[in-house]
Design a protein around this ligand. Sequence first.
Ligand code: ATP
Ligand code: MG
Length: 311
Amino acid sequence: MTAPAALISARGVVKRYGPLTALDGVSLDIAPGEFFGLLGPNGAGKSTFMSLVAGLRPVDGGTLTVDGAGVSAGSRAAREALGLVPQHIALYADLGAETNLRIFGELYGLRGRELRSRIGEVLEAVQLADRRKDLVKHFSGGMQRRLNLAAALLHRPKLLLCDEPTVGVDPQSRNAIFEFLQELNRGGLTVIYSTHYMEEATRLCSRVAIIDHGQILALGTIDELLARLPFEEEVRFPANEATQALLGELEGHGELAVKEGVARFRPRTDYPLSRFYGLTEGRGLSARLFTSQRPTLEALFLQLTGRNLRE
Ligand SMILES: Nc1ncnc2c1ncn2[C@@H]1O[C@H](COP(=O)(O)OP(=O)(O)OP(=O)(O)O)[C@@H](O)[C@H]1O
Ligand SMILES: [Mg+2]
């Protein structure tokens, strides 16, 4: 028998909570070894998708397979193959860091020396080895996040579901987590990672799905997604008397918006920026008035959903 190409395969997956449809026909494949991003605003359905993959809830429609087998709530084999870093910290606050990890490790069947060495390993990885005896309730928010991640890695899963794992984590620790996850990913771990941070998705993910209202709006590599934007660059400049005439000349050559005294011009793909700068030079406008930027996932997101990712 040949191995299935996709580690995770979703076809028309539907999930309802009473009258609310949280996932509305989600189809995607995730190959082994991918670092796959789920991007979407609050309530998009990211956590719901993860909970289905983790077998925590049944699917209401469509099919969802992990490693070729249908996921069903409570399946032990499925549970052992994956680690879940839940969005909401799931730790025992009144117990120490190490004790927490021992409890989680035992749930996965780890015992004795092996358990102790795995605990040491993950605590090092999230840089909490020196705080192993401290009670979780005395940890800072970011430290609790890091321990939450450590708990999901104890049993060396093949698939890691990270649901916004870096919220409240300081930049340095965040960086350490990224490097650690990237190293695990290079070693073959498949990662599904949900985030509101575009920089994270751009840095980490080989492919991303943008979801909203339980539906996939776009799916592909970051470059593929950015190529969908109908402009290649955006220029911003103050909208004032000096640039008034320029604004008029740009009409019809792209998307032009003025908000709070700032003009934003996204030229159509057949209108090269050299022409734009030709106009500004002709009018004697200083180049310092203009800042340009390449399209970002944020812009794509705004275009697809009409909303910013973080509101
Ligand atoms: N246990 C539940 N019972 C009822 N409704 C739920 C439940 N969990 C999620 N929902 C609803 O399902 C929708 C999707 O929620 P979900 O938590 O999957 O979104 P999300 O993309 O993870 O959002 P966030 O970025 O805020 O974490 C929301 O409308 C939410 O209110
Ligand atoms: Mg969520």
